[in-house]
Structure formats: C-alpha cells, structure tokens
Ligand binder design. Sequence first.
Ligand SMILES: Nc1ncnc2c1ncn2[C@@H]1O[C@H](COP(=O)(O)OP(=O)(O)O)[C@@H](O)[C@H]1O
Ligand SMILES: [Mg+2]
Length: 331
Amino acid sequence: MGMIEIKNLTKKFDSFVAVDNISLSIKEGEIFGILGPNGAGKTTTINMILGLLHPTGGAITINGMDNIRHSKEVKSLVGLMTQETVVESDLTARENLVLFAELYHVPPDEIEKRVKRALQDSDLVAFADKRAGTFSGGMQRRLALVKAMIQEPKIIILDEPTTGLDIQNRVSMWSRIKELSKKGITVVMTTQYLEEADALCDRIAIIDHGKIRAIGTTTELKKFVGTGRVLEIISGDASKANAIVELLKKEFKLEATIKVDKITTVIAEQGDAILPKILNSLDKKGLTVASVSLHLPTLDDVFIKLTGSGLRDTSDDNAVSARTALWSRMR
Ligand SMILES: Nc1ncnc2c1ncn2[C@@H]1O[C@H](COP(=O)(O)OP(=O)(O)O)[C@@H](O)[C@H]1O
Ligand SMILES: [Mg+2]
C-alpha cells in the first residue's frame, strides 16, 4: 500500500470538472511528480490531498489513514510549500521559522535547534535577522522550503517549487529536493517543466484537463513514443502543414500531428534511411520547408502523443498564432 493512495478523486466547481476521476499510488520515499500545464488541476489535487479542499468524489488515504477523518494526524505527517511562496515579509527569516514551529506545535525546547538547522540548510544564516520581505525570490523560496520542513514531516508537498525562478536557483532547489528524498522523505511535487520532471522525479503522472494521461518513470513514459526517433518538420508556413502530413501518410505510412507550422511524427528506426527519401519527396512536391530534424523521444514528445499538444509550447501558443496570422496577411 502506498504512502498516499488516491482513489477515483473528482472535484467539480459547479459544473466544471477540475479533477476528473484520478487514481494514484505514491510510494514511501519516492519523488513523485505531477506534470501538467496551467489549469490542469495540479493545485486542486494537492489541496484535496491536504484536506484543504473537499472532493466531490473519491477518497484519499495517507499512511493508511483517511485524510479527512484523520485530518489532525495527517496534518502532522505532511508539510506543504504552496505555489505562491508565503513568507511573512515583515518578519525576519528567524521569526518566520519560529512562528511556523509554534503553529505546528514543535516542542518548545526543540524550536531553537530546529530553527538554527533550518537557517543552515537554507543558506540563510547570514540573513537570519533580516526581514524576509527584502529577500530575493530564490531566498524566499529557500525559506519557504525549510519552513514547510520545520515540523519534520514524513511527506513534503511542493506546488510548483521552481516556477518563476532563474535557472541557477532552480538547480539549487532541485538539489535541496534530492537531499530531502535521500533522508527518506516522500516528495510530491507539481511542475510545468518537463526537464524538471525528467531530472528529478522517480515517477511522473502526466495530467491534462483534470485527467491522468499516463503514469510511470521517464523511461516508461518515453516508451509510449516508441524506440525510434521523432521527426520534426517546421514548414515555415502553416498553410503547407496539411500537405506535408498527407505526403507523410500516403508515401511513408506515417501518422503526424500538426502544431501551427510544426509537424511531428515518430519513425520506427534511426532515420538515416528514410530521412533522405522524405526530403526528396517534399522537394518533388515543391514543399520547401524551414527545417527537418530528428531526435530521441523526450517527455515533450510523450506529452504531444498523449494530449495532441506540446507542454513547452503552451505559453507561447498565442505568439505563434499571432506570427502565423501576420504571415498570412503579408502574403
Ligand atoms: N475555487 C475554484 N473555483 C472555480 N474554478 C476553480 C477553482 N480552483 C480552480 N479552478 C479551476 O480548476 C482548474 C484547475 O485549476 P488548478 O488546480 O489551480 O490548476 P493547476 O494548478 O494545474 O494550474 C482551472 O481551470 C481553474 O480555473
Ligand atoms: Mg497550480
């Protein structure tokens, strides 16, 4: 039995289904990633795990206990770092930690020791008595993490722990998360970043529109795409995309997906043999393209395969369509 067992969990806001019948088993000691775009239902799921939000349907057990009936025990087992970093900006780093230790009923004779260690762990010793409001984003996030750990929970839940951080702070956060995991703490984290899930998580659930699309290790997930190579053609002109897809299907029996001017398909082999043939056919049909490339399957390809759209691209969808619209108007 998993440390966290989620069974048929559903959450509706009026008629809108934010979380749609998901089931998950999270093992003790693993780093479990919930990967999905904005609005996928990640925070809603986490709030239900913590008992902050009541499900419309389904149930959650944590360490064998129903999370609502045993909310007090569960609260002492689980630490949370929220998506919006919450540190009291008028308090110093030390005061933030003491306040949280008291809120979470850390024994009074333990508080000083734990606060000292938290300041060391977060590399904030030199800033202990400075107001948290003056800290950089990375420092605030480090403080938020040790704050969530001050009660020494067995499970830590991190809601988008690196969103908005620069790459240096992101990598530093990754190694802090790995350290926690080495100590045997079960980590549940959400992320919109494929590289992050790939680098950090033992297992990943891909979630989109409230539904789980796949669960597994990165290696298992990449097998969804196959063992060959991913062929990517940028047509440079969205109006040609359909003709290219037709050609791939008719002449090469390849099923491709289109995202604006990017055509993606999976080929069963390494591609050295088929690639020149494809280029040749495109040429014959007068379909000049901006670029053709081959690569090993990535989690992004898994996401495209499962959902029909790329995660990495979600934020610049509008930019791409705007660009395409502009191009068609210029012609
Ligand atoms: N309290 C709420 N009332 C109505 N809709 C909500 C509420 N909370 C979240 N939603 C909607 O549910 C969906 C999932 O939200 P959320 O779980 O915050 O997504 P994520 O954390 O993956 O970005 C979104 O479409 C969001 O607008
Ligand atoms: Mg969220």
